[in-house]
Write a new protein. Structure first.
Length: 288
């Protein structure tokens, strides 16, 4: 009778299987999925590598492998994604938070550094990763977060509650600025809107195009539909000396800056680079 597979063996098999199928991070995927199936932390796997797996455990792992082979994002399989040191619930109703977005958060936190109070608006909030991180890292910040998708808004509220900032993060249902009172003014407006060009959607990785919400990706013919609207409407909701931060595509810096320069209600447009050296965040300030 064949001996049961151990944690070490199943990790090796999964890693090889996913690598042969072309996945970018097969070992990490294997560790995350096996740890999830066994109900332990990743480090716990290495404390017990030679433990034999039960049949129920092997069945649970096989079910997760089938889902990953179909290119379902690991974050959706697990039901969460780590972002800025916190665990956010995610599902196919929301975009999976990405490391590139930490560039926007870093700049937002820098702008709010030293402020005893601040009003912040997060547009296209999705899982509310940006809104919640800003509130958690800057206790003086009160954040309104708007979201068109009712399913995504529900996830955002759930995350705000589970991460203990629901008293300072208010999730509003609606498109961009539409849920706001006409007199609402903010010291900082942030947004991670859809910015993929429509003709590029089909070329996205299968993990993205087949599972993540199209409305969170599709930026229109030039990728700038939502960015254009935000630049046009943000000045009416910025407080004096208020700032605007928008995540943009790696090749959209010149076009995004041109939108600000043409608007004239905003000034000092410039960009911030992500860890890969790509212009990732557009910044501008309300004209005094």
């Amino acid at each position: 009778m064949r001996a049961p597979w151990t944690i070490r063996q199943i990790l090796g098999w999964m890693t090889d299987d996913l690598r042969e199928r072309g996945f970018d991070s097969p070992r990490l995927d294997a560790e995350l999925l096996v740890a999830h199936a066994l109900g332990v932390a990743r480090v716990g796997l290495y404390l017990d590598l030679d433990r034999p797996l039960t049949e129920d455990e092997r069945a649970a792992i096989r079910a997760l492998v089938v889902r990953r082979r179909a290119h379902e994002p690991v974050a959706y399989i697990l039901g969460y994604r780590e972002f800025y040191g916190r665990r956010f619930t995610v599902c196919p109703a929301v975009l999976v938070p990405r490391p590139d977005t930490e560039t926007l958060v870093d700049r937002a936190l820098a702008l709010l550094d030293g402020a005893s109070t601040a009003r912040v608006l997060d547009l296209c909030t999705g899982s509310a990763a940006i809104a919640i991180t800003v509130a958690a890292e800057r206790p003086g910040a009160v954040v309104d977060a708007t979201e068109l998708s009712t399913e995504a808004a529900a996830i955002a509220r759930r995350n705000a509650g589970s991460l203990g900032v629901d008293e300072r993060v208010r999730v509003l249902d609606g498109d961009l600025f539409s849920p706001l009172d006409s007199g609402a003014r903010y010291d900082l407006i942030v947004a991670n809107p859809p910015y993929i060009r429509r003709d590029e959607l089909a070329a996205l990785p299968r993990d993205v195009r087949a599972y993540e919400p199209a409305m969170a990706l599709d930026g229109g013919d030039d990728g700038l539909d939502l960015i254009r609207r935000i630049v046009a409407e943000a000045p009416r909701h910025l407080a004096p000396r208020g700032h605007l931060l928008i995540e943009i595509g790696h090749d959209q810096a010149a076009a995004a800056i041109a939108l600000v320069e043409a608007d004239r209600a905003l000034t000092e447009p410039h960009t911030h680079a992500d860890l890969g050296g790509h212009a990732r965040v557009l910044e501008a300030r309300l004209v005094e």
